[in-house]
Design a protein around this ligand. Structure first.
Ligand SMILES: NC(=O)c1ccc[n+]([C@@H]2O[C@H](COP(=O)([O-])OP(=O)(O)OC[C@H]3O[C@@H](n4cnc5c(N)ncnc54)[C@H](OP(=O)(O)O)[C@@H]3O)[C@@H](O)[C@H]2O)c1
Length: 208
């Protein structure tokens, strides 16, 4: 599958490496591709990356993602599955930029022809592509209104090492706010643990 990733930071590079290793055709999208040589991954401009993508991943700072996507234009994104990993946080990680909503909902509203799926934003980039490196199975969440886009995303998660049993579809795109707002608790856990490399696991009651 042709996967475009907007951003060349920790998340974009990790996911590109993970999906490249699984055999996908990945392309990183940068505002300044000429300055992003030596990443060991192909890099292009943002528009070229969007045009390349069957699935496009937003891995840019959540505070600017909507503006960046708007600059690409709705026509460029129409029909493309958009996996949104972004979270809008203040520089000191204490305030959300979309406190009574979510970035993913706002992207979906702005781009109705682009099915948006929120996932992976509840963990560190190292855990995103190496769930097996943690001390036992954990949970990755999916939020989105489009069933087929969530199926596609689920397959791509499997390619990163997330078995179906670790994937939890929590509902429509409005549930993305739960994933994004978890960032505040994530930072607290990271402080308590002294590490960002952890994940949460949903532990249901045993079946009767
Ligand atoms: N790091 C994590 O473990 C983690 C975990 C969960 C969620 N997230 C979320 O995932 C997104 C990406 O995180 P990250 O850690 O990969 O961030 P990062 O290392 O700061 O990279 C963000 C990338 O976005 C691009 N970008 C586009 N517009 C930008 C702007 N106005 N200012 C700065 N960068 C801009 C930059 O690439 P170019 O300069 O090449 O254009 C930059 O490399 C964020 O929304 C973050 O909250 C991160």
């Amino acid at each position: 599958m042709r996967i475009g990733l907007l951003g060349t930071g920790n998340v974009a590079r990790a996911l590109a490496q993970g999906w490249s290793a699984a055999g996908h055709d990945v392309l990183l999208g940068s505002r300044r591709p000429e300055e992003r040589t030596g990443l060991g991954l192909p890099v292009a401009g943002l528009s070229e990356t969007a045009a390349h993508a069957q699935v496009l991943v937003n891995a840019t700072p959540g505070t600017v993602s909507l503006e960046l996507l708007r600059s690409l234009g709705a026509a460029a994104l129409a029909g493309t599955v958009l996996i949104d990993v972004g979270v809008g946080l203040s520089d000191d990680f204490t305030e959300l930029s979309h406190p009574n909503s979510s970035l993913a909902e706002q992207i979906q509203e702005a781009f109705p022809q682009t099915p948006v799926v929120k996932t992976l934003c509840t963990m560190d980039s190292t855990a995103m592509i190496a769930p097996d490196s943690l001390d036992g199975p954990s949970t990755v969440f999916l939020s989105g209104d489009d069933v087929e886009a969530k199926r596609t995303t689920g397959r791509l998660l499997t390619d990163l090492g997330w078995p179906a049993s670790s994937q939890l579809d929590i509902g429509g795109i409005t549930t993305a706010r739960g994933q994004e707002h978890f960032a505040l608790l994530f930072m607290g856990i990271a402080n308590g643990l002294g590490s960002h490399t952890f994940n949460i696991k949903v532990v249901p009651r045993p079946a009767a």
